[in-house]
Design a protein around this ligand. Structure first.
Ligand code: FES
Length: 184
């Protein structure tokens, strides 16, 4: 009678899928399939974490100078609504890439440009020249003509853009949305 084969002590050359060995077993294929799926899941989890960690260095790159309009379109001593096109738009943004803002031109000729969003929850504020106030239709937030907070729930005044005149064109530095931590 021949020697009995003990499967418990037998080596398993298929386990690690040795390419020079015999055909991989079902166990070996499942092992590598599981390892691949786990690696993919780890990569998907790591992507937003890496994005969060590098975002402080990247955020400065989302700002650029944008044309708002000809200087002559804004009479001295008035506040007017203007719209610029967000340069960081995507093809599916459509009309929402058009970003409104309030342009105030002082009697001296200097400009202050306010983001249209209320600093409470972001509703678009409206300018009322009769009362010389910006008012928010959502919860009654009120701002003075210089954008400072006058009444209601907003925690601060309106966000302002950095401005400059290039040739005869008023430009603002914008692109990303303002937050309480970082205005535009
Ligand atoms: S969003 Fe303007 S007061 Fe609330």
């Amino acid at each position: 009678m021949g020697e009995q084969f003990d499967y418990r002590s037998a080596p398993d050359p298929d386990m690690m899928g040795d390419p020079s060995g015999p055909e991989p077993s079902r166990r070996g294929v499942l092992f590598w399939l599981g390892a691949g799926i786990n690696g993919l899941a780890a990569l998907l989890i790591a992507c937003p974490i890496i994005g969060y960690l590098v975002s402080p260095w990247r955020s400065g790159g989302w700002q650029t100078w944008i044309d708002v309009g000809n200087v002559e379109d804004f009479p001295k001593g008035q506040t007017r609504l203007a719209t610029y096109v967000n340069p960081y738009r995507t093809p599916w943004d459509g009309y929402t890439a058009n970003t409104p803002c309030w342009v105030k031109r002082e009697a001296s000729g200097s400009f202050t440009v306010f983001a249209i969003n209320c600093t409470h929850l972001g509703c678009p504020v409206r300018w009322f020249p009769e009362s010389n106030l910006f008012m928010c239709p959502c919860h009654g937030g009120v701002y003075y003509a210089d954008g400072s907070h006058a009444a209601g729930p907003p925690p601060r005044g309106l966000y302002t853009y950095e401005t400059r005149i290039k040739g005869n064109t008023l430009q603002v530095k914008g692109g990303r949305l303002p937050t309480l931590q970082e205005s535009v």
